[in-house]
Ligand binder design. Structure first.
Ligand code: UT7
Length: 336
């Protein structure tokens, strides 16, 4: 926590975009011929269906979320100062997806960049955006979590393909005078010793694309699920408790835990360690699966629009993902 701040970054707008096409658990059996079942997927993960973007790229998801935010806001695209896109599925290696989004939404006065922290991407981008706002130099920062996971998932691999979906969600950060509101505190961590267990082997400078990398399926997401599960349960729970303790928050003070939606069992374990009942946890994994950088803002958007998140509510955002990366952020909601 920085007690010398003059103002906080507060969330003043929110939006989301999910593609129309639904892929159900049964579709993995009927369309992809996998040996799996709705019963296995539901009981092991909590996922019933996910969305797939059939045509277009991550920037289309991100621009869709940004346009939805702007449609619900008085702010105009040309007023945006900076765009941060958290993603592991950029449109291409370069330019940054943020540049493509800037052009697609007409944010003619913005600069921007991509940030890659996998499933923790939104939390890392939110803290980065908050720091930019708190610097006093920029007033309107658009933070987007967007991933088209269907482009890096191997639909012959039942261990992983059932987990992921495509989506994007965005928040607008602006300065707020009341230091109690906004992005109050963040605890963020990385530990690169976790990289062997969740990564994409090829496409970067280590293993540039070649016939061999394609033949060996090295452009797909690789995950040792059991190992990641173990670290995720401990990592997300520990860091969520840490942010509660250092902000003197008891379970009763928290309106919602907004966890990354990777597996309902990880979410339940985190809530239990925090002393929270299911009613105090935002869940939409059943409808969207794991959309990587998009899960947390999308949950926040749906619960806010349903009238369940109100001004003054204490929200704990929490994530764990590839890297390893993990973190928790304390937000005091500031929109009426
Ligand atoms: O978001 C980034 C962070 N990622 C995560 O947090 C994901 C963490 N991992 C997980 O969520 C879970 O480990 C999985 C959902 C991926 C797997 O659940 P699990 O309870 O750890 O299952 P498992 O890997 O131990 O597999 C149990 C069995 C295996 O069969 P054998 O070896 O025991 O005969 C798997 O082959 O279930 C089998 N299996 C499946 N069976 C039916 C794996 N995937 C499937 C499937 N349908 N889709």
């Amino acid at each position: 926590m920085n007690n010398n701040k003059k103002f906080n970054a507060v969330i003043t707008g929110i939006g989301m975009y999910v593609p129309e096409k639904v892929l159900t658990n049964q579709d993995f059996v009927d369309i992809y011929g996998l040996e799996t079942s709705d019963e296995w997927i539901t009981s092991r993960t909590g996922i019933k269906e996910r969305r797939i973007l059939e045509h277009g790229a991550t920037s289309d998801l991100a621009a869709g979320a940004a346009k939805d935010l702007l449609a619900h806001s008085k702010v105009k695209a040309e007023e945006i100062d900076c765009i941060i896109v958290a993603t592991v599925t950029p449109d291409m290696m370069f330019p940054a997806t943020a540049c493509i989004v800037q052009h697609k939404i007409g944010a003619t006065n913005a600069w921007g960049f991509d940030l890659e922290a996998a499933c923790s991407g939104f939390l890392f981008a939110l803290q980065t955006g908050a720091s930019i706002v708190e610097s006093g130099r920029y007033k309107k920062v658009l933070v987007i979590g967007a991933d088209k996971m269907s482009t890096i998932v191997d639909y012959t691999d039942r261990n992983n393909c059932i987990l992921f979906g495509d989506a994007a969600s965005a928040v607008l950060l602006e300065p707020g005078d009341d230091l109690e509101y906004g992005i109050v505190d963040s605890v963020l961590k990385v530990d690169g010793s976790g990289s062997p267990y969740l990564h994409m082997k090829a496409g970067g400078s280590l293993n540039p694309p070649s016939i061999e990398t394609v033949t060996n399926k090295m452009h797909y997401l690789y995950q040792e699920g059991k190992t990641v599960f173990k670290y995720a349960v401990t990592g997300m729970a520990d860091i969520s408790v840490e942010i509660m303790e250092r902000n003197n928050l008891k379970a009763d003070d928290i309106t919602y835990l907004i966890p990354h939606q990777a597996n309902l069992r990880i979410i339940d374990a985190t809530a239990e360690r925090m002393g929270l009942t299911r009613e105090k946890v935002t869940i939409n994994i059943d409808r969207y699966g794991n959309t990587t950088a998009a899960t947390i803002p999308m949950c926040m958007c749906e619960y806010y629009r349903a009238g369940k998140i109100k001004k003054g509510d204490n929200l704990i955002l929490s994530a764990f993902g590839a890297g390893y990366t993990w973190g928790a952020t304390y937000v005091k909601w500031s929109i009426d």
